[in-house]
Design a binder for this molecule. Structure first.
Ligand SMILES: [Zn+2]
Length: 109
């Protein structure tokens, strides 16, 4: 028999996290690391929430703005990369000094 209580994170908590992330984005632009600090979740979980928020915003006729991560050393832009996760190092110059991607929400027209 299935037990629904073994869900690791309750749905309500997910919703709370997402609305906190949305308010961070509204006052943004913010990086995943800043969102992690503001909302109190691990940085690696921020990307998954951003994916979800991206879709909900799209349905609401708004847009999640992503300023791509950029290599500090050579200026390479991580535009084609999985958009919400943090790159480890630059494919061009191998530098690990990467400006994190910044996220914000397009103001409703
Ligand atoms: Zn580089």
């Amino acid at each position: 028999m299935k037990n629904k209580n073994i869900e690791p994170v309750p749905q309500e908590a997910q919703e709370t996290v997402r609305s906190s992330i949305l308010s961070a984005l509204a006052s943004g632009p913010v990086s995943a690391k800043e969102i992690s600090g503001l909302v109190g979740i691990p940085e690696k979980e921020v990307a998954a929430h951003l994916e979800h928020i991206h879709l909900s915003l799209h349905r609401a006729g708004k847009r999640l703005i992503v300023q791509p991560a950029e290599c500090v050393k050579c200026g390479f832009l991580f535009e084609k990369r999985e958009r919400f996760s943090k790159p480890g190092k630059c494919p061009v110059c191998k530098s690990e000094s990467i400006h994190a991607a910044l996220f914000s929400v397009e103001a409703p027209a």
